[in-house]
Ligand binder design. Structure first.
Ligand code: FES
Ligand SMILES: [Fe+2]
Length: 365
């Protein structure tokens, strides 16, 4: 059995990187009512100022740790529901009802926030490092633009560590089994060969299903085309916070000489935010440049997404309950299809290691 101080499967004692943008919420969830949410083990409150700007503060009142989410929003300030200490949107305490003056330095932690692509991104690291250019290129994925349609699927919180969700997405050969009843294609999908394209920004496991027969879903997407298609089943790791799967669909070329015609693209975007070391918030979005005004397709995407997601959730939760007693990366049986997931584990472990090394260098220097 592995030492409990290591956080399977990363062999690190720190479960996640903090110097990172994470999705705190969908934009639509954040309004003039305090939203309580725990991310990376940190209770937060999210809200909007009167001018509509999103803000995030620590979710526990620094006076006696009463949940600030049980307080109220007064203008742009948050009043704690216990003794009425009041904090502005930067977390500065501006009022202590039981005395005239507020002692200097009374504050709740505030978190840098950026709203982009219909998402509220929260920076959990040092405030001075919160650089919006470190966000993934959301427009390339189809978010925050008018020529793509996006469905935001209901957020779920899975009782499993976030690394299991990353493992799951990096090896889509599971589609043929866990999703046998929900994704057409059968065992042939698990046999599609893959290649890996790795850059500083991302790692993409590329798989293209060739000459897949048309099916009712393709006919709905592409009513003018009934022939076989070449469909991408990519998984692109853009960071521990966001993974793209799916991709372009082409009309299969007849004899291989002509370039296949692009029919359209659907990206499945998987927002991953650790809630605690053993649970993860999962934000799924479908983004497509196909028939963007067809609400029927959006409805089908949402319906299919709910079924597919529940199958993954069940699998991950079934694994999580066994991990502490049985997991040991040295004893895992891995096959060729695991290469992407294993490389991503290495990337993530290196990110956490570098961050811990940097933090200990800064605190001792
Ligand atoms: S706990 Fe919030 S004011 Fe006392
Ligand atoms: Fe899945």
């Amino acid at each position: 059995m592995q030492s409990t101080s290591r956080f399977y499967p990363l062999n690190q004692t720190q479960p996640y990187p903090f110097e990172q943008w994470w999705i705190g919420a969908y934009s639509s969830e954040v309004n003039r009512i305090l939203l309580s949410r725990t991310i990376l083990g940190q209770p937060l409150i999210l809200f909007r100022t009167e001018a509509g700007q999103a803000a995030a503060l620590a979710g526990l009142c620094p006076h006696r740790l009463y949940p600030l989410g049980k307080g109220i929003l007064r203008g742009d300030t948050v009043q704690c529901g216990y003794h009425g200490f009041t904090y502005d949107r930067t977390g500065l305490c501006v009022h202590v009802p039981s005395q005239d003056a507020v002692p200097a330095g009374f504050r709740a932690r505030s978190f840098p926030v950026v709203e982009r692509g219909g998402l509220i991104w929260v920076w959990t690291g040092q405030e001075s490092n919160a650089d919006p250019t470190r966000l993934p290129d959301l427009e390339r994925l189809g978010l925050g633009r008018t020529d793509w349609a996006v469905e935001q699927h209901p957020r779920v919180t899975i009782k499993a560590r976030y690394q299991l969700l990353i493992d799951n997405l990096l090896d889509l050969s599971h589609i043929s089994y866990i999703h046998a009843t929900s994704i057409p294609g059968g065992a042939a999908l698990a046999k599609i060969s893959s290649d890996i394209v790795e850059t500083g920004e991302s790692l993409c496991v590329r798989r293209v299903g060739k000459k897949l027969p048309s099916n009712p879903f393709f006919q709905m997407l592409f009513p003018d085309y009934a022939g076989p298609v070449d469909q991408h089943f990519d998984t692109e790791y853009l960071g521990p916070n966001l993974i793209r799967s799916g991709g372009a669909v082409h009309a299969s070329a007849g004899d291989g000489s002509a370039k296949p015609t692009l029919l359209g693209t659907t990206n499945f975007l998987h927002g991953i935010t650790p809630a605690t070391p053993n649970s993860v918030h999962y934000f799924v979005m479908t983004a497509r440049d196909i028939r963007v005004h067809d609400a029927g397709i959006g409805g089908v995407n949402l319906q299919m997404g709910t079924v597919i997601q529940s199958q993954d959730v069940e699998a991950l939760e079934a694994i999580e309950i066994n991990i502490d007693a049985h997991a040991d990366t040295r004893r895992e049986l891995s096959c060729a299809a695991d290469e992407g997931a294993i490389r991503v584990r290495r990337r993530l472990a290196a990110q956490i290691r570098n961050e811990s090394a940097h933090n200990s260098a800064t605190s001792s220097g």
